[in-house]
Design a protein around this ligand. Structure first.
Ligand code: PHE
Ligand code: FE
Length: 295
């Protein structure tokens, strides 16, 4: 892509973002982003108040992890030593590269699907540089540095999960070619963001969206309201999801190996099949018949 193409497609992307946010102000400064939407994390520009807010977010969330987050998440996170201030991406990136060959790249905020997949396919994880405002302590719509870093980075230290995410990135690039994006996006949502795992110690969360949430981390495990369903690839890819409330369904994997193996086949024929089937509601109790009704 030449520079004009890049500029044109960036302008196009920013327009779709503005539409998504109802024309409201866009979070994030895209002016300095390169063609891959990468920026430099200007760590010295974070204010003491922002570091203090990170500390409060970290403290609240870290307390909730034992017995709720899967063990590998808790162990990885504690080895990062990022409780006290917004992390320096370059320092963590170096440690991560030694562990699993992944790197962190700083981004201004949401990036186009293709760019996101290209980063993952080359073992780079994009992390948003900005931190939420104090009034967004409990809830934030767009991912900020707390969600991206706290929620996603620890599991990148796990070799199986790390390999899975790279395969996901490659699969994303393919999905764009074969019109499978919406199915693949549901898979990401119900695993990487909101996934539960049936560990030997009991049901635990591994999805970044729940692990970085003050309320949903408990809700997803113990509330009688949502359904918890054994992971089934096609079922997941057919299931709609909620972006503005707690989930109505969580899918439970047995292990990261299972996730890796169950997603290893070529999805192209699966996408073709799913196009002939109806979507399933986010709340399975709305399905007609009793097959998916919760007990
Ligand atoms: N196997 C998928 C495909 O062929 C790629 C993929 C791997 C998707 C892992 C998600 C997770 O498209
Ligand atoms: Fe996320």
């Amino acid at each position: 892509m030449d520079i004009m193409d890049t500029a044109a497609s960036q302008a196009e992307f920013l327009k779709t973002l503005a539409e998504k946010s109802d024309g409201g102000a866009l979070r994030g400064d895209y002016a300095l982003a390169n063609a891959q939407y990468v920026v430099v994390q200007d760590w010295t520009a974070y204010t003491p108040a922002q570091h203090a807010l990170w500390r409060r977010l970290y403290e609240r969330q870290a307390k909730l992890l034992p017995g709720r987050a899967c063990d590998v998440f808790v162990e990885s996170l504690s080895r990062l030593h990022v409780a006290d201030s917004i992390p320096r991406f370059d320092r963590i990136s170096e440690a991560l590269f030694k562990a699993t060959g992944w790197r962190l790249v700083a981004v201004p905020g949401l990036v186009p699907d293709q760019t996101f997949f290209e980063h993952l396919a080359s073992r780079c994880f994009p992390v948003t540089v900005w931190l939420r405002e104090p009034h967004e302590f409990d809830y934030i719509v767009e991912p900020d540095v707390f969600h991206d870093f706290f929620g996603h980075v620890p599991l990148l230290f796990n070799p199986v999960f790390a390999d899975h995410l790279q395969e996901y990135g490659k699969g994303g690039l393919k999905a764009l070619q074969v019109d499978g994006l919406k199915y693949l996006a549901r898979l990401y949502w119900y695993t990487v963001e909101f996934g539960l795992i049936d560990s030997p110690e009991g049901l635990r969360a591994y999805g970044a969206g729940v692990l970085s949430s003050g309320g949903e981390i408990e809700y997803c495990l113990t509330s009688p309201t949502p359904s918890r369903i054994r992971f089934d690839l096609e079922r997941v890819m057919r299931t709609l999801y909620k972006i503005d409330s707690y989930q109505e369904t969580y899918f439970v994997i047995k292990s990261f190996e299972q996730l890796f193996n169950d997603t290893a086949s070529d999805f192209t024929p699966i996408y073709a099949k799913l196009k002939t089937l109806e979507t399933l509601p986010a709340d399975p109790t709305l399905l007609s018949g009793s097959r998916f009704r919760r007990s």
